[in-house]
Design a binder for this molecule. Structure first.
Ligand code: NDP
Ligand code: X2W
Length: 312
C-alpha cells in the first residue's frame, strides 16, 4: 500500500524540491492541492488529515496554523520551518544527531526539520561536545556562507532580477542583530550552554552552504587528530555524512574551499583543517538538500522504516 503524502506550501522553494524528489518514488502517492486553493484553510485541513505524512514548507506562522489543523492521530507532520525545532513533543529530524535519534524519528508523529545553517553547525559540534573535547560552557563562534536560495522565493527573485543590484554582486554578511532564528536549536541540539556567536553571509550563487568554526587546540587541550577521530566514531556507518581526511589534501592543493561541492545531494561533508595550535572545522551541504528538502525526505524515510532500502 502506498504512503499518502501532502506538501503544504507546494509552490515554494522547499516544497517544489520535495515534489521533485518524490516524483521518482513508486511507494508514494502525492496528494495535491489545487493551486487556487493553496491558502484555503478548509482544503488544507482536509488534505493534511488525509495524509500519512505531511510536509510543512511554509513560513513559521502558517506552519503553527497547519499543525493546529491536524486532528488525525495517524498523520505524521514534518515541519521544514523554524516553528517547532525546540518545542517539546517535536522530535528533531536529524537522524545522525546521536544514538537513539533514528528510533525517536521512527516513533514520532511530529518531526521538526533542522535549519540549514543549524544542521551544519550541529553536525560539527555535537560529536565534539559528546566526546568531551569541547566543554558545554564553551563560547563558540561560527561563520556560514550560503547561496541565496536559502532566503526562499523572495530572495531568489531579488538575486535573479536583471540588471543585478550592485550590492548583490559581493557577499553580504547579515544576522547582525546576533539573534539569528537558528540560535536556539544550535544550543539545544549540541548541548552547548549558550548559542554560538553566529555570522551568516549570503552571496550571489544559487545554493550550497559551508559553516566554519575556529577552535583553539591549545585552549581546549586537544589535538586535530582527536577532533577527526571524534567525527569518524560519531558518524561511522552514516551514508549521508562524509568525514573527510584530516587536512583534506585535495582542498589544500587547490587552496580554495568549494562551498557548492555537495549540491544536488543529501550529503554533508565534514573537514578538520589545523596547524599545531589551531583548527578550523567545516561542514558543507546543499541548503536545499541536507539543509532542507533532502533532510525532510530522509526524515520521512526513517519514519517509514524505508531509509535503508532507498537512496533519496
Ligand atoms: N530555502 C531554504 O534553503 C530553506 C527553507 N526552510 C524553511 O522552509 C519553509 C519554506 O521555505 P521556502 O520554501 O524557502 O519558502 P518560499 O517562500 O519559497 O515558499 C513558501 C511557500 O509557502 C506558501 N505560503 C505562505 N503562507 C501560506 C499559507 N498561509 N498557506 C499556504 N501556503 C502558504 C507561499 O505561497 P506563495 O507562493 O503565495 O508565496 C510559498 O509558496 C520556511 O519556513 C523556511 O524558513 C528551511 C530550510 C532551508
Ligand atoms: C540566505 C538566508 O536568508 N537563509 C536563511 C536560512 C534558511 C533556513 O534554513 O531557514 P529555516 O530556519 O526556515 O529552515 C536565513 O539565514 O534565515
Amino acid at each position: 500500500m502506498s504512503t499518502k503524502v501532502f506538501v503544504d506550501g507546494q509552490e515554494g522553494t522547499t516544497g517544489l524540491r520535495i515534489h521533485e524528489v518524490l516524483a521518482a518514488r513508486s511507494d508514494i502517492e502525492v496528494l495535491r492541492i489545487d493551486a487556487d486553493k493553496r491558502k484555503d484553510s478548509a482544503e488544507r485541513a482536509r488534505l493534511l488529515n488525509a495524509a500519512d505524512v505531511a510536509f510543512l514548507c511554509l513560513p513559521d506562522a502558517a506552519s503553527r496554523e497547519a499543525a493546529a489543523m491536524v486532528t488525525n492521530p495517524n498523520t505524521c507532520l514534518i515541519d521544514a520551518s523554524t516553528a517547532h525545532r525546540t518545542v517539546p513533543g517535536w522530535v528533531y529530524g536529524l537522524p545522525e544527531l546521536a544514538p537513539g535519534q533514528r528510533a525517536a524519528i521512527r516513533g514520532a508523529k511530529r518531526i521538526a526539520n533542522p535549519g540549514c545553517h543549524a544542521s551544519a553547525f550541529i553536525l560539527l559540534l555535537r560529536p565534539l561536545v559528546d566526546a568531551g573535547l569541547v566543554p558545554k560552557s564553551a563560547v563558540i563562534s561560527a561563520t556560514s556562507i550560503t547561496g541565496y536560495s536559502g532566503g526562499g522565493k523572495k530572495m531568489i527573485e531579488q538575486y535573479q532580477a536583471l540588471p543585478t543590484e550592485p550590492a548583490l554582486t559581493s557577499p553580504r554578511p547579515y544576522g547582525l542583530t546576533l539573534a539569528h532564528k537558528h540560535l536556539p536549536e544550535m544550543a539545544t541540539h549540541t548541548g552547548l550552554a549558550q548559542p554560538p556567536i553566529f555570522q551568516p553571509i549570503v552571496a550571489n550563487f544559487y545554493k550550497g552552504l559551508a559553516v566554519s568554526v575556529p577552535l583553539s587546540l591549545a585552549a581546549l587541550g586537544t589535538t586535530a587528530e582527536a577532533l577527526q577521530q571524534a567525527y569518524e566514531r560519531h558518524y561511522a556507518g552514516e551514508r549521508f555524512i562524509r568525514v573527510m581526511p584530516l587536512r583534506d589534501a585535495a582542498t589544500l592543493e587547490g587552496a580554495f574551499f568549494d562551498v557548492q561541492a555537495c549540491n544536488d545531494t543529501n550529503r554533508a561533508d565534514l573537514f578538520v583543517f589545523a596547524s599545531e595550535f589551531q583548527a578550523v572545522v567545516m561542514a558543507r551541504l546543499d541548503n536545499l538538500g541536507k539543509g532542507a528538502s533532502g533532510a525532510a525526505v530522509q526524515a520521512m524515510n526513517v519514519h517509514l522504516g524505508v531509509e535503508e532500502s532507498l537512496g533519496l
